[in-house]
Design a protein around this ligand. Structure first.
Ligand SMILES: NC(=O)c1ccc[n+]([C@@H]2O[C@H](COP(=O)([O-])OP(=O)(O)OC[C@H]3O[C@@H](n4cnc5c(N)ncnc54)[C@H](OP(=O)(O)O)[C@@H]3O)[C@@H](O)[C@H]2O)c1
Length: 314
């Protein structure tokens, strides 16, 4: 029984060595090699070439090497096997760090003070709202969103969330579905986007959504944070909202096209913070270890964890 690595854009050989060290008695194959498809029982994927996995009809589990599965599920020619994604507490914690960092930076006007320091200017600003005066709205209340809720609540932000299905979280107002989206946005000063990219969520951060954000908040204008996926946002709409003052600022970790193109106006916009899709990196060893332990449990008859709903796309 073999595991096949179908990986583009990452160092294939180091992934092969990593899996081989954890599964010394198995074949760890590379998609590029000539192989007998019937031997492949598991496939671990990252941005594989669409259509290239169809021939592995005996595959029993498809593993995404990332938390998101948009790179995988958009291939309509996959083997008919469950898709399992990575849920890693270390990754989740790092994402919450990024969210807390950016929320605090906007709350405490980090951009302004860095600029003032570069000009050696002492600006005695008395406008300092407290975290509890700032309404954070988290889009996506899954593994990442729920942890971010907890972290922000510890920092005393006024937190609410929005998801596809309703949630019951103590002291946190939960909104669900299209019908409650406008009410959620209307009470949001900092919008944190931790949604998966699916056919329902593609382009959701657009002009229409941005204009519904709260305009009466203590930050003097709404702020957008997106660390979900670049395909969720319409960058031209974000830039327009920043330029008209509809948005006070944005912190973006993900982009429509990555790496962000050198010509993008986002790079130089004074109200934009950019991180290069590294808000929450998983260590490759932790990813491989997590997949191998799922394989071992699966072979002992245990149910798979973190299985994706194919019909929902996440
Ligand atoms: N920037 C990075 O480095 C990085 C790292 C890791 C992950 N990510 C991204 O973060 C995403 C979220 O990760 P996760 O582990 O939190 O995913 P998850 O556990 O699957 O949670 C997804 C959340 O989004 C909600 N959702 C999905 N479709 C929706 C829709 N149409 N309308 C409203 N809510 C919807 C779900 O609602 P329900 O609760 O009702 O199902 C759920 O609350 C990943 O898919 C990935 O793209 C980015």
């Amino acid at each position: 029984m073999s595991i096949l690595l179908a990986i583009n854009g990452w160092d294939l050989r180091s992934w092969q060595e990593r899996f081989q060290a954890l599964l010394p008695d198995r074949e760890v194959l590379l998609a590029a090699s000539e192989i007998d498809a019937s031997r492949v029982k598991y496939i671990a994927c990252w941005k594989h070439t669409p259509g290239s996995l169809a021939r592995y009809k005996d595959c029993q589990v498809l593993f995404s090497l990332g938390a998101g599965v948009d790179h995988l599920i958009t291939d309509y020619d996959l083997p008919d096997a469950p898709i399992v994604r990575i849920v890693d507490p270390d990754l989740t914690g790092r994402m919450s760090e990024w969210v807390a960092w950016q929320c605090l930076d906007w709350l405490r006007q980090g951009k302004m003070y860095r600029q003032l320091q570069s000009e050696q200017r002492w600006f005695d600003d008395r406008h300092q709202p407290a975290a509890q005066d700032v309404r954070v709205g988290i889009m996506g209340l899954g593994e990442l969103g729920m942890d971010a809720v907890e972290r922000l609540r510890h920092l005393r932000f006024d937190v609410a969330g929005w998801s596809r299905t309703p949630k019951h979280i103590p002291h946190v107002r939960s909104y669900a579905g299209e019908s409650e989206l406008s009410a959620f946005l209307a009470r949001t000063d900092i919008l944190v986007v931790l949604l998966p990219l699916t056919s329902d969520t593609r382009g959701i951060i657009n002009a229409d959504l941005l204009r519904k954000l709260a305009r009466d908040g203590r930050l003097c204008g709404p702020v957008l944070l997106n660390a979900g996926r670049g395909g969720l946002q319409v960058e031209i709409d974000i830039l327009a909202a920043l330029d008209t003052g509809q948005l006070k600022g944005a912190s973006l970790d993900v982009f429509e096209q990555e790496p962000l193109v050198p010509t993008s106006a986002l790079w130089t916009h004074k109200d934009v913070t950019i991180t290069p899709h590294n808000s929450a990196m998983s260590h490759p060893d932790a990813i491989a270890q997590s997949i191998v332990s799922q394989i071992k449990d699966f072979e002992q008859g245990e149910p798979l964890k973190h299985v994706v709903m194919r019909d929902k796309g996440y």
